[in-house]
Design a protein around this ligand. Sequence first.
Ligand SMILES: C[S@@+](CC[C@H](N)C(=O)[O-])C[C@H]1O[C@@H](n2cnc3c(N)ncnc32)[C@H](O)[C@@H]1O
Length: 258
Amino acid sequence: MSTDDGWSDYLTDYHRSHAGITERLLTRAVHPDVGTPYEWLRSALPRHPERVIDLACGSAPLYDLLPQTSHYVGLDVSEAELRLAADRERGPLLRADAGSLPIDRGSADAVVCSMAIMLLRPVETVLAEVARVLRPGGLFVTIRPVTRPVRIADVRVTVPLLLGLRHMPEVPQRFSRRRLRLRHTAAGLTTIDDRALRFTHPLCDDRDAAQVVEALYLPHVTELRRVAAVQRLARAAGPDREVPISIRRTVAMRLPID
Ligand SMILES: C[S@@+](CC[C@H](N)C(=O)[O-])C[C@H]1O[C@@H](n2cnc3c(N)ncnc32)[C@H](O)[C@@H]1O
């Protein structure tokens, strides 16, 4: 899958030079009730799912959360991300595009997609592939970054960040709840649960500030602005300071009838 708006090349370069960045960020982001975003995603699956496909798996952090009895397959386009996953003895792994899955029809109990659905275009093709590989009754669980919920006190970190960047972080496509639900329905998937939570990542020092800025997709921000954002964010750091990370989890089920 590719488009000519530059995102494809940007994402290829970004994940080549930043392999494992999402895992580094999200394993330190927590919500008091559900743990990390990965643990929250995992909790939407049955306790012992048999065959799980991890779409756009990156460094495959979800592998470690599944029981050994599960047949996990991680799939991504980035060689660097897959190499890191393999170094961590996660897999099996396939280098493949989410729009054309080398997976048999009706063979998966669950497809998971962490922090990537907003990158996968055209999403209709990807959802059709997800519906094809899921068995009837199988689950499709995604988590994706969203702008809410937030707290008023969050301005203490979001304002310095945005004043430094002078630009909003971007993604290739955004979904409202309704838009994703309609796309699911068109593909033969029914949305059965959809909610957002505010996770927090520690902002204790300049290293935390650098990690947060590094994890953002910023195709139109210069290196100078990125450095300014890290410096401003670092000035807001402190023992109890946190960066909010709002994430929406959507659970859909493959309709039982073809
Ligand atoms: C933000 S990272 C998320 C990685 C991992 N799922 C996680 O949560 O840690 C997005 C991943 O999507 C992958 N990706 C982007 N476009 C893709 C495509 N068309 N097909 C498969 N993977 C893709 C990137 O290579 C990258 O590893």
